[in-house]
Design a protein around this ligand. Structure first.
Ligand code: WT7
Length: 671
C-alpha cells in the first residue's frame, strides 16, 4: 500500500470514463461539482439531506417526525427517522410487484450453468408472503431472531424478506461456518427458528448444510423449528422439529406486512472482533434501508433495467446490502450466484456477464487476483459491453490488479468503484462515483454522502489536518446505516467504536489521505485478519487451537495467530504454538511428530470455525514474545514471518527479548 507520502503524490489519477455515467433523468450525480455540493449539504445539514432522501427512496407506512436524534459528542449510537414506520419487504418487493409484476427481480445462476431460473417481482412477492405465513404458523413473531444458514440460492433472499415482512429479525450465518460457530451464533441471538437447506452445491461438491445444523442444534435446546429447503432431496427430517420449505406453497399468495418502527432491528450479522466472541452487529430498519438504497443507486449508478451481479455471499454484509437490499429497493435485477469463479471453468463470471447482460459487477480483489493469473486471451473473447461499473470490496486492491480490472474487464469504459466499508457501516463509506469522480488505483476515492472521514493520530488522539497524512481512520458524524449496537452488549459497542477516539466512530483501520483528500485504506489495526475477504479474529482461532488433543491430552500451552500477506487470499493465517511438556518429550522420542500436532490443531479450527479459517502454517516455538504485562506482541511475529527481521521496531517493552533469535531461526529454517 502506498502509504508513504511521496508515493501517495505519485499515484496516477484516471479520468472518470464517460461511458459509465448513468443515463440522465434518474436523479444521479452527474458532475464533480454536484457531488461536492451534495456531500457538503449531507454533512452540514443531515436533517434536510437525509430527510428528503428517505422520503424519496423509501415507502413509509407512517412518516417520521424527526430525522436524527444524536448524543452530544457522539458518545452514543444515533436514532434516525423517529416515529416513522415502514417494512423492508414492502420496500424491496411490494412496490415493484404492484407496479410492474413481470419485471425480473432475481436471476438465479445455479452451480451448474444452465440449471438456474429467474423470479419476477410478482413471483417474489408471492414466495415471500407464503414463507412469511409458514413462519407465523410456527410461532415466529415480531422481534424474534430467525437464523438463516443458506448458501447463495433464491430461498436465501426469500427467507430474509419473509422474516422482515413479519417484523422478525434475520441473522444470516455464512454456510461455510462449522457447527460450533453456528451454535454460538444461534445461542447468542436466542434464536428459536433456523432456515437451512438439505445440501448445498458448490463447484460440484456437496455441502452438508443440514447435517451441520443438526450437529449445532445438539446444544441449542430452544430451537423448535428448522425449515429445510430441498436442493438435492437427500437427508431426513426430524419429526416435530423440521419442516420442508416447500410447505410454504400451501399458503395463500399474499399476506400483509407488519410495519415496524424506523429503529426496529432488521437484522443481526455476526462479525469477528479482536476478542474471541463474535459480535452480533444490529442494524436498524429505516437507516439501513436508506443507506443500502442510496449507495446502491449512486455508487453503482443503478437505472431501471439494470442487472447487478454482486459476487458476494448473503452470509456477509456485501451480500446483504448489494445482492439483496440495495438492488431490490431500487427495483433492478440481482444475480444470485451459487458457484465459484472457477467452476466449471475460470471464465464463469464472464459467461454470466455476457449471458445476462450484467451492468454492474461487484467482487472482492481475492477473486480478481485469481482470475488475472489465467491471462488475457480468453477474456478477450467476451464482449463485456453491457458493463458500466465494476466494484471492488473487502480489502485494498493492488495497482496491478486495479489496472487489469480496468483494462481487461472494463476495457477502459467502466468506472472502478473501490468501495471501502465494513459490516458495522451497513453501506459504502468511500468510493468513486461512476462517470463523475477521477479514480486513483489503490484509493477508495471520496467519502459517500453523510460521511465525514478523519485521520487521527493514534498516540495523541488528535485529528490530523495536514495532507498528505496517515493515521487512524474514523468517522466524525453518525450516518443512517451505521450499526446501532452489538446484540445484547451495548457497552461493548461503545467500547469498541465510540470510546477509543471520543467524538468519532472508530473503523478499526489505518489509512492515509493524499493532497486531494483521496482515501487510501491500509488495513486493520486490531488483531483481525482478512482472508479472502472473510474477517477472522486471531483470538478466536487461538482459542480453538488450545482445544486440540493428541492421546486425549491437550497439546498446546499457548498460541499466537497472525496474518501474513498472501498472493491469492490477501492475508493467510499462520500460527505460533508452545507445546505441552509431555508432547515435547514424545516428539523427542519419535512417538509423535510435529505434523501430527499441527494436523490435529488445524482440524479443530476447521471444526470450530470453518475450513476457511485453517492456518496455512504452524511454527513450534519455545515461547511467545510478550510485554511485561503478559500481552502477546503479534506485531513482532508478523514482521518475522514476513521476513522483515530488520524492522522489528521497539523491543524494550518485551519481557523476553532473548527469544527473538529463536523465533527468527524457527521461521527461517522452515521456509
Ligand atoms: C474490513 C471490513 C464491507 C464488506 C466486506 C468486508 C477492509 C473493506 C475495503 C477496501 C481496503 C477494505 C477494511 C475493513 N476493507 N473494503 N475497499 N479497501 N480495505 O466487510 O468483514 O466487515 O471487513 O475490510 O479493513 O475494516 P468486513
Amino acid at each position: 500500500m502506498p502509504l508513504d507520502n511521496q508515493k501517495l503524490l505519485d499515484v496516477r489519477s484516471v479520468d472518470a470514463p464517460a461511458n459509465s455515467l448513468p443515463a440522465d433523468g434518474h436523479g444521479h450525480v452527474r458532475d464533480l461539482e454536484t457531488y461536492k455540493a451534495m456531500w457538503k449539504e449531507s454533512v452540514e445539514n443531515p436533517d434536510k439531506f437525509f430527510g428528503e432522501q428517505a422520503r424519496n427512496l423509501l415507502v413509509w407506512n407512517r412518516d417520521f417526525d424527526q430525522v436524527l436524534h444524536k448524543s452530544a459528542n457522539f458518545v452514543d449510537s444515533p436514532a434516525w427517522f423517529l416515529n416513522g414506520q415502514l417494512n423492508a419487504a414492502v420496500n424491496c418487493v411490494d412496490r415493484h410487484a404492484l407496479a410492474d409484476p413481470n419485471r425480473i427481480a432475481i436471476i438465479y445462476e445455479a452451480d451448474e450453468p444452465g440449471e438456474g431460473y429467474t423470479l419476477t417481482y410478482g413471483e417474489l412477492l408471492k414466495k415471500v408472503c407464503q414463507l412469511a405465513q409458514l413462519l407465523i404458523s410456527r410461532g415466529v413473531k415480531k422481534g424474534d431472531v430467525v437464523t438463516i444458514y443458506l448458501p447463495m440460492v433464491p430461498e436465501a433472499v426469500i427467507s430474509m424478506l419473509a422474516v422482515a415482512r413479519i417484523g422478525a429479525i434475520h441473522s444470516c450465518v455464512f454456510a461455510g461456518f462449522s457447527p460450533g460457530a453456528l451454535r454460538d451464533r444461534i445461542l447468542d441471538a436466542d434464536s428459536r427458528v433456523v432456515i437451512t437447506i438439505d445440501q448445498g452445491l458448490r463447484a460440484g461438491k456437496v455441502i452438508e448444510a443440514k447435517k451441520i445444523v443438526d450437529d449445532a442444534l445438539e446444544s441449542c435446546p430452544d430451537v423448535q423449528t428448522v425449515v429445510v429447503v430441498e436442493r438435492t432431496g437427500k437427508g431426513g427430517l426430524i419429526p416435530g422439529r423440521d419442516i420442508k420449505y416447500g410447505e410454504a406453497g400451501k399458503f395463500k399468495p399474499y399476506c400483509p406486512a407488519v410495519p415496524v418502527d424506523s429503529e426496529h432491528p432488521l437484522f443481526l450479522l455476526y462479525t469477528s472482533g479482536s476478542t474471541g466472541k463474535p459480535k452480533g452487529m444490529q442494524h436498524s430498519t429505516a437507516g439501513y434501508l436508506l443507506g443500502a438504497a442510496l449507495t446502491a443507486k449512486h455508487v453503482f449508478g443503478l437505472t431501471p433495467g439494470d442487472i447487478m451481479f454482486t459476487a458476494g455471499d448473503v452470509g456477509w454484509i456485501t451480500g446483504h446490502t448489494y445482492a439483496v437490499y440495495g438492488p431490490l429497493i431500487n427495483g433492478v435485477t440481482t444475480v444470485i450466484f451459487e458457484s465459484t469463479p472457477v467452476y466449471p471453468t475460470h471464465t464463469r463470471y464472464w459467461d454470466i456477464v455476457d449471458k445476462h447482460q450484467v451492468t454492474q459487477f461487484y467482487v472482492a480483489p481475492t477473486a480478481l487476483r485469481l482470475l488475472r493469473k489465467y491471462g488475457h486471451e480468453e477474456i478477450e473473447k467476451y464482449s463485456l459491453k453491457s458493463l458500466r461499473t465494476l466494484g471492488s470490496v473487502g480489502e485494498p486492491i493492488a495497482e496491478e490488479v486495479w489496472e487489469w480490472y480496468f483494462h481487461n474487464v472494463g476495457r477502459g469504459r467502466c468506472t472502478i468503484c473501490d468501495t471501502y466499508w465494513l459490516t458495522e457501516s451497513g453501506s459504502i463509506l468511500g468510493t468513486s462515483f461512476p462517470g463523475v469522480t477521477p479514480m486513483k488505483p489503490g484509493s477508495c476515492g471520496y467519502p459517500f454522502f453523510g460521511i465525514k472521514p478523519v485521520l487521527i493520530n493514534p498516540t495523541t488522539g488528535v485529528e490530523v489536518d495536514e495532507r498528505p497524512a496517515e493515521g487512524v481512520l474514523a468517522i466524525a458524524n453518525p450516518w443512517p446505516s451505521m450499526a446501532r449496537t452489538i446484540w445484547g452488549d451495548y457497552p461493548r459497542y461503545q467500547d469498541t467504536y465510540l470510546r477509543p477516539f471520543p467524538g468519532h466512530f472508530f473503523t478499526g483501520d489505518g489509512a492515509a489521505m493524499d493532497h486531494e483528500n483521496f482515501i487510501f485504506v491500509a488495513g486493520r489495526m486490531d488483531d483481525v485478519v482478512n482472508v479472502s475477504g472473510h474477517r477472522l479474529s486471531t483470538a478466536e482461532i487461538e482459542a480453538s487451537f488450545l482445544e486440540g488433543k493428541l492421546d486425549n491430552e491437550p497439546m498446546i500451552v499457548e498460541s499466537a495467530v497472525v496474518g501474513i500477506e498472501d498472493e491469492l487470499t490477501g492475508q493467510a493465517i499462520v500460527a505460533f504454538v508452545v507445546l505441552e511438556g509431555w508432547l515435547k518429550d514424545k516428539i523427542a522420542a519419535g512417538e509423535h511428530t510435529v505434523s501430527d500436532m499441527s494436523r490435529e490443531a488445524i482440524q479443530v479450527v476447521r471444526k470450530d470455525i470453518g475450513p476457511f479459517a485453517a492456518p496455512k502454517k504452524v511454527f513450534v516455538v519455545g515461547d511467545l514474545p510478550k510485554t511485561r504485562s503478559g500481552k502477546i506482541m503479534r506485531r513482532i511475529l508478523r514482521k518475522i514471518v514476513s521476513g522483515e527481521t530488520d524492522q522489528l521496531g521497539e523491543l524494550s517493552t518485551l519481557s523476553n527479548p532473548q527469544i527473538i533469535d529463536d523465533l527468527i531461526s524457527t521461521v527461517q529454517n522452515s521456509a
